[in-house]
Design a protein around this ligand. Sequence first.
Ligand SMILES: [Zn+2]
Length: 295
Amino acid sequence: MHKPPLAIGIDIGGTNVRAACIDASGQILERLVERTLRDPTALTSRLIALIRALDRPGITAVGIGVPGRVDARRNQVLSGGYVDLSTIPLAEAIERETGKSAFIDNDCNMALVGEIAAGAARDCRHVAMLTIGTGIGGAVVLDGTVMRGQRSAGQLGHVTVDLGGTVCNCGRIGCVETTSSGTALGRHIAAAGLAVGTSADEVLALARSGDARATGVIEAWAVPLRAAIDSIVASVDPELFLLGGGLGATACAALEWAPALSPWYQCPVRPAVLGDDAGVIGAALAGMKDDLFSP
Ligand SMILES: [Zn+2]
């Protein structure tokens, strides 16, 4: 009897590693979550253990979403921030130890694939996405295919929005990651004199009630984000722009204080809907080598 394909999707986040067994429709059959280890060798051992724990008949592939720049055609991590897997042959180790094919891609590419397959961008063929968390990730799907450039296109957190701004992790100045990430929001909150630990949703509620300091914080966070969205829309002309990651929905709401001005670059901006599941769903589907998302 023909069995529908299954695959394991893994999403390596700054805090947690999520792993799940997924069917071809993007449905999660079983999931496991554990803390992310920073040491690449120890982390790889844990990934192998997670794959073994989720294994069942019919699973031949694993997809892994990695934070950082990835050359998906060569199955190679090029660079990483808080978890740097560029120093070890990750795909080879997983294939050798588990006997399954392993496909590696950037975590935001995986999340966008998940949202197109089973989330906010169903039936869309041209979509751009920013994931807003500790940093800002990016991904673009055009004509139903992940945009790759020569190696690792879609690093949209590094769109320049503030030439007089602060130095970014990438070495340049004023990337949108430095103004509109969760880390940046924390900085804006402290600079405005609001209580340390005030959440993004609390700042938003204060701004809605007319609080001037909170409004200033939201503008400092959202206006550069709008500039980045406008630049990306002008560059790739998506039919839909998604904001994902832990702060995606709040950032979407904050854009009320930074409306799109140019009639040329209008594009609906919506929150991603799969939350933490987007990455594992997309990773598993990418691992199955769905034609639409193959490298
Ligand atoms: Zn940068």
